[in-house]
Design a protein around this ligand. Structure first.
Ligand SMILES: Cc1cc2nc3c(=O)[nH]c(=O)nc-3n(C[C@H](O)[C@H](O)[C@H](O)COP(=O)(O)OP(=O)(O)OC[C@H]3O[C@@H](n4cnc5c(N)ncnc54)[C@H](O)[C@@H]3O)c2cc1C
Length: 395
């Protein structure tokens, strides 16, 4: 009789774990509380599924906060591996000019369809609308509509996701099955930040601050567009600063970012351009210096009126505008979460030290990365590692 493995969660991590195990003689059952698989993965595909990143692997690894921990798995199942895996499912992919890897069709649905079919053909059993409500030793309590049953397994993989976008299934209820000291508290990552604006800023909502440099610590500058929203700022540039901002928060410091609104210009060049010209309005002087209306509005919002005509002081402000922030968007709206099951709670095979029947993978683990394909890459890689860990354990 072949051994039984249960996987909780049909997201990318759980499906990858199933794929590894489906190559061997196991009875694999996936319990998914939603009516269908991988809803967050499908959501990720709505704006173009950025599935990985083709930059050199040593740079790639450094994008993760727990780089050393993830390194063996992400190196093994890297962007090239993901591209050839997709090819195996009949999905072509390409590397964009930014290095980001996408399926040619950009969407997640065709990839997911082909993947689910192959898993089902390989004997993996899917139980949708089945919510795991308890885990004790190697026994699961599963709820399906009004019914409830217990079942024991030779191994169990938790691939339940983190705590954002809970309407897609990742509600974090699994945290009650572990103890507090096994879990690093979750925090919003890849999330917008809050800034209370005066009514004067309304015209800028939805508009980008184009090609700015942004940083919390000067050694970690990032470049690109930042969108001004009714609640503050949003964009990949802001997400990249998330880790430094969370450090500020954990050290109980005020949240601050710095912007260089004209990074292609030196402070001396800028000062010259800002020299008062009696025939021109202040706005015209600023425009001619290279500032568009969004940047001008932001400067008026943040800086003291008394320095607006002072070329030297304004040049300094434009090159290093200090903006205090009021916090992060709620974790529920974050693209991903920092925090989760701690490395010390797990073996090198992602097996829980407190319960050898249980393995964990995906976003529910305590790692974090910016957007850019790093999130899915680590979910795939840790899913495969957990699958391989279970096989090693059961063999
Ligand atoms: C809007 C958006 C865009 C994104 N875009 C990208 C992108 O372009 N590139 C990228 O790399 N990443 C992206 N991500 C992040 C990526 O989608 C996630 O990191 C990834 O889906 C996490 O995979 P996972 O398998 O660990 O968890 P999830 O995908 O969250 O899957 C967990 C599954 O477990 C199920 N589950 C949870 N608890 C139970 C239970 N008790 N019983 C039964 N089932 C349960 C859930 O219903 C869910 O289906 C995006 C995320 C969002 C929200």
């Amino acid at each position: 009789m072949s051994k039984r493995v249960a996987i909780i969660g049909a997201g990318p991590a759980g499906l990858m774990a199933a794929e590894v195990l489906s190559q061997y003689d196991y009875q694999i059952e996936i319990f998914e509380q939603k009516p269908s698989a991988a809803r967050k993965f499908l959501m990720a595909g709505k704006t173009g599924l950025n599935i990985s990143h083709a930059e050199p692997i040593d740079t790639f690894i450094q994008r993760y906060d727990h780089a050393m921990w993830l390194s063996p798995w992400v190196r093994h199942w890297d962007a090239k591996w993901i591209q050839s895996w997709m090819q195996g499912l009949g999905i072509g992919s390409y590397v964009g000019s930014s290095g980001r890897v996408f399926p040619i069709e950009m969407k997640a649905a065709p990839l997911l369809r082909a993947w689910l079919k192959r898993l089902a053909d390989d004997g993996v059993k899917f139980h949708y609308r089945h919510r795991c409500i308890n885990l004790s030793n190697n026994q699961l309590t599963i709820q399906n509509q009004n019914q409830q049953f217990n079942a024991t397994y030779d191994a169990i993989i938790l691939a339940c996701g983190a705590v954002s976008w809970s309407q897609l299934g990742s509600d974090g209820a699994w945290q009650q099955w572990l103890s507090e000291h096994q879990i690093e508290p979750f925090q919003a990552s890849n999330a917008g930040v809050l800034k209370a604006w005066s009514p004067f800023m309304q015209d800028c909502f939805g508009q980008p601050l184009k090609r700015v440099d942004a940083w919390v610590n000067a050694e970690n500058k990032t470049h690109g567009d930042i969108v001004i929203t009714h609640y503050g700022f949003e964009s990949g540039v802001i997400y990249k600063l998330g880790r430094d901002l969370r450090d500020q928060k954990s050290q109980k410091q005020a949240l601050n970012i710095h912007l260089d609104l004209l990074p292609d210009m030196t402070i001396e060049q800028l000062e010259k351009k800002l020299q008062a010209n009696k025939k021109q309005s202040l706005t015209n002087v600023w425009r001619k210096a290279g500032l568009d209306s969004v940047k001008i509005n932001l400067l008026r919002e943040i800086t003291d009126k008394n320095i607006w005509s002072d070329a030297k002081q304004m040049a300094q402000q434009i090159k290093q505008l200090n903006i205090s922030l009021d916090g992060f968007r709620p974790i529920e709206e974050a693209i991903s979460c920092a925090g989760g099951v701690k490395q010390i709670a797990l073996s090198a095979q992602l097996q829980l030290r407190s319960n050898p029947y249980v393995f964990c993978c995906g976003e529910m683990l305590d790692w974090d990365a910016p957007t850019g394909g790093y999130l899915l890459t680590a979910c795939f890689a840790t899913g495969r590692a957990a699958g391989a860990g279970v096989h090693q354990y059961l063999a």
